[in-house]
Structure formats: structure tokens, C-alpha cells
Ligand binder design. Structure first.
Ligand SMILES: Nc1ncnc2c1ncn2[C@@H]1O[C@H](COP(=O)(O)OP(=O)(O)O)[C@@H](O)[C@H]1O
Ligand SMILES: [Mg+2]
Length: 360
């Protein structure tokens, strides 16, 4: 376990390497269902760490075991080096932001944020000051007196965040917190969340099924499939070097060459993945360091700057090439072409079944 983590962490030397959370052979069974299957994971202080995976892959269950809402069937949760597996949620230095925000409708925004401090018997003046600071941090200083129903979805999201952060937890857990927002707001909040996390310096564990979100926001991420972690790494490691066929397919589109086809084209008897943007439509000139395969164009999807060109190779393998739209002259559906790619653009992947982990 620690080897994988150290590898990922070395990517960013500025990161402190004190573990905030350690999951040790963590397991959760619900009757016959294995929701979490002996997971080992280490998350460092100050990291923005995402749990990425399709629906039902065990992300929420892991988060709930970290928070203490769910007890493990096996293994342990360590926070700051201490085993908290048997502690109730309120004895863990952790706060959770839920997808539905769970704000109190009859309280003002400030009262909502102060609530946790009030429960902890923090003095009124102190509460007000800390809540106001938090309101500033989430860029809603002028909204303290409003009620939650007088705010937009994105604003409510930020209040929920402020309410969790005002307690200065060691760790903040966020379960698909942007899921209820429309696309534009979601993209804005991605940037905001990341910058708020940077400002407060608290460890964030962020659950999402959206690979773009996980890649753009995280220092590192773990890709979940069927209750297991398929790969842990930085966004770049995960995207450019997917360790398994599942990761290659789930984290953006990837083309898969079977072991047999890889042997033929690359001389290596192992399945390989190639990202669509590494493929080009070649006329005749194939470079020495390139590999090429003939095929027929079966579909062209116009996306603006780029087009997605679907090509069926002569052995039936379907490939997708992402091609700049201005390079498509003369390419038409039904036409014969050759696909070429740099030899080093194809990565060997472990031979797991992509279809098993797909979203239902
Ligand atoms: N309380 C529960 N009782 C029974 N099965 C559950 C319960 N919670 C989750 N599961 C099952 O555990 C698996 C993982 O669920 P979950 O952690 O919610 O996945 P995710 O958050 O990745 O969508 C799923 O098969 C789900 O149906
Ligand atoms: Mg979930």
C-alpha cells in the first residue's frame, strides 16, 4: 500500500506527507453484498483526495465509515494515526457535507453556520465572529441574514460548506456535493471548492462519479470498482497510465486493443489502451516510431474544435480518434483510412473486464 502512495505523492513535493486518514483492510458487508472489499488507502494532510467510481462501487460506504455513521465489518479506520473504528461520529474530528445540504430552513444563514459552535457552547461573540469569517471564506459575506430558501443552489452549497468548516475539522468529507447543481454552476463551484480548500488547508475527501470533476480538482484520487480500489494516483498518472482496463475505460474514453491484436501490432502479448487524442488519421507517411492499422470510418461526431471519428479496424476492433476539425478534409463515413499512433501512446493494462464495473 505505502509504495503506491509514496509514488503518487512524489509528484508534488510541496505536499506534507503526514497521513490524515488510513484505511487498513477496510471491509463492509451488507448481508451477501460486499460493499467495500478490504480496501487499503492512505490520504495525507492537506490533500484534496477524490474517491471516483460508478454508482454502487462503494464510495459512500467508505465515506460513512470514515465519518463513523457506519461500522466496518472488518479492518480499521485511523484518523491522525489513532484507530477510531469504534468511536461515534461526534468523537471524530471530521465533518461531512451531504448532497442535499441539510440546512435548517427556519434559521438565517449565519445561525445555520453558527449552529455547530452553539452546540459546543462557544460564546456568542466568538460564534458570530467565526461564522462571519467563514461566510467571507465562501464569498457570501452579504448573505448572513437571509434564510436558506432565499438562496440559489450554489449559494446553499457554499453555506453547507461554511457550516462544516466553521468547526475546523481535521478532515472534511463531501459526498457528491455538486450533484444537484446545473452544469455551469457545477463548474464554477469546482473552481471555488478547490480554492476554498487551498485557503483553509483542511484535508478534503471528495466523492464523485464524474471523472472530469475528479481529474480537475484532486491532488490524488482513488478509482473504485465493485468495492475495490483499482488504482491510486495523481490525475495525470491515472489518465496517462491507467493501470487496468476498467480505469482506462471509466476515466474518459479509451481505446482498447486486445492481447491478440496488441501482439500483432505492437509485438506484445498483453491488452493495451490508447487515448483518442493520440490517434491520427494517416494518409501514407507513417513515422518510424509509429504504428498504423487500416480501417473504415463508421461515424463522425462534430464537437466544435474537435471531431470524434469512429473507425472500425479490419479485425472488427472499434476505435475512437479525437481529431482537430480542420484536419478532416476528405474524411467521410464509409471511407477507408489508416489510423496511426506513436508507439509509446499505447499502454499495457491489466486484463480486467470493463463491462463488470460499468454504471448501471
Ligand atoms: N444500507 C445498505 N444496505 C444494503 N446494501 C447497501 C447499503 N448501503 C449500500 N449498499 C450497497 O453497497 C454497495 C455500495 O454502495 P455505495 O457505497 O452507496 O456506492 P456508491 O456510493 O459508490 O454509489 C451497493 O451495492 C449498495 O447497493
Ligand atoms: Mg454514493
Amino acid at each position: 500500500m505505502s509504495e503506491t502512495v509514496a509514488l503518487g505523492a512524489r509528484d508534488d513535493e510541496s505536499r506534507r506527507l503526514t497521513p490524515a486518514i488510513q484505511l487498513v483492510r477496510l471491509r463492509k458487508n451488507y448481508g451477501d453484498v460486499v460493499a467495500v472489499d478490504d480496501i487499503d488507502l492512505e490520504i495525507f494532510e492537506g490533500e484534496f483526495f477524490s474517491l471516483l467510481g460508478p454508482s454502487g462501487s462503494g464510495k459512500t460506504t467508505v465515506l460513512r465509515m470514515i465519518a463513523g455513521f457506519e461500522l466496518p465489518t472488518g479492518g480499521a479506520v485511523l484518523l491522525g494515526g489513532s484507530d477510531v473504528s469504534q468511536l461515534p461520529p461526534y468523537d471524530r474530528d471530521v465533518n461531512t457535507v451531504f448532497q442535499d445540504y441539510a440546512l435548517f430552513p427556519h434559521m438565517s444563514v449565519l445561525e445555520n453556520i453558527e449552529y455547530g459552535l452553539k452546540v459546543k457552547k462557544v460564546s456568542k461573540a466568538d460564534r458570530r465572529r467565526r461564522a462571519s469569517e467563514m461566510l467571507d471564506a465562501v464569498r457570501l459575506a452579504e448573505y448572513g441574514e437571509r434564510r436558506p430558501n432565499q438562496l440559489s443552489g450554489g449559494q446553499r452549497q457554499r453555506i453547507a460548506l461554511a457550516r462544516a468548516l466553521v468547526n475546523h475539522p481535521k478532515v472534511l468529507l463531501l459526498d457528491e456535493p455538486l450533484g444537484a447543481l446545473d452544469l455551469k454552476l457545477r463548474e464554477e463551484m469546482q473552481v471555488e471548492l478547490k480554492s476554498i480548500q487551498h485557503d483553509v488547508g483542511i484535508t478534503f475527501v471528495f466523492v464523485t462519479h464524474d471523472q472530469g470533476e475528479a481529474l480537475s480538482m484532486s491532488n490524488r484520487l482513488a478509482v473504485f470498482n465493485n468495492g475495490r480500489v483499482e488504482q491510486v494516483g495523481t490525475p495525470r498518472q491515472i489518465y496517462e497510465h491507467p493501470a487496468t482496463a476498467f480505469v482506462a475505460g471509466f476515466v474518459n474514453t479509451s481505446n482498447m486493443l486486445s492481447a491478440a491484436r496488441s501482439k500483432q501490432l505492437l509485438g506484445v502479448d498483453e491488452p493495451h489502451s490508447i487515448r483518442p487524442e493520440r490517434l491520427r488519421l494517416a494518409e501514407n507517411d507513417i513515422g518510424d516510431s509509429e504504428v498504423a492499422a487500416p480501417g473504415v470510418v463508421t461515424d463522425i461526431q462534430y464537437l466544435g474544435a474537435d471531431c470524434r471519428v469512429r473507425v472500425q479496424l479490419d479485425d472488427g476492433t472499434s476505435m475512437i480518434a479525437s481529431v482537430p476539425s480542420d484536419r478532416l478534409a476528405g474524411v467521410a463515413i464509409g471511407g477507408s483510412i489508416r489510423l496511426a499512433w506513436p508507439r509509446n501512446a499505447a499502454f499495457p493494462v491489466a486484463n480486467t473486464d470493463i463491462s463488470k464495473g460499468g454504471d448501471s
